[in-house]
Design a protein around this ligand. Structure first.
Ligand code: AMP
Length: 143
């Protein structure tokens, strides 16, 4: 199972914002869409950063609510680890565990084409395990 299979199931839509969006607007987007992170896009669909609920909480915790009017560019993570469609779920799990984050934008030919969260990965892993168990039961019953 790979990233392409996950995107086929969940779709390729990604919530994005530009680097000049305020932290408050970013927090509103997270709340409105029920998501945990926003990919920050530059020109021509290039990924220039990622901001998660953790970054917003950290900024408020460190400097107080006045940061909410600041542009997200000062608080986003700029070195974004991305995935490709051909990457396996095991690779994503390994990256997420190593770097301790829960989201990976999917990029092909320099353009953002999807986003995989740790929730998507776990869901796929459970589906795989259930399919294997069903195949095993079938094999035993008909064997
Ligand atoms: P998360 O666990 O995804 O909410 O993010 C935890 C921290 O990692 C935050 O500071 C994010 O900005 C950062 N982060 C999330 N996803 C990525 C990613 N794919 N590449 C680099 N940093 C990330």
């Amino acid at each position: 199972m790979n990233v392409a299979a996950i995107l086929k199931l969940k779709g390729k839509g990604v919530f994005t914002a530009s680097a000049d969006t305020s932290l408050l607007e970013t927090a509103k987007l997270l709340e409105q869409h029920g998501i945990g992170c926003i990919v920050i896009e530059g020109e021509e669909g290039k990924v220039v950063g990622i901001v998660s609920e953790r970054d917003i909480v950290r900024a408020i915790g460190q400097s107080g609510p006045k940061v909410l009017k600041d542009p997200v560019s000062g608080y986003m993570t700029k070195t974004v680890v991305t995935a490709r469609e051909a990457d396996t779920i095991d690779r994503l799990m390994s990256e997420m565990t190593t770097h301790r984050f829960r989201h990976m934008p999917v990029v092909e030919r320099g353009r953002l084409i999807g986003l995989v969260s740790i929730g998507d990965v776990v869901k796929m892993r459970i589906a795989e395990a259930e399919m294997e168990a069903a195949a095993m039961r079938e094999y035993i019953a008909t064997g």
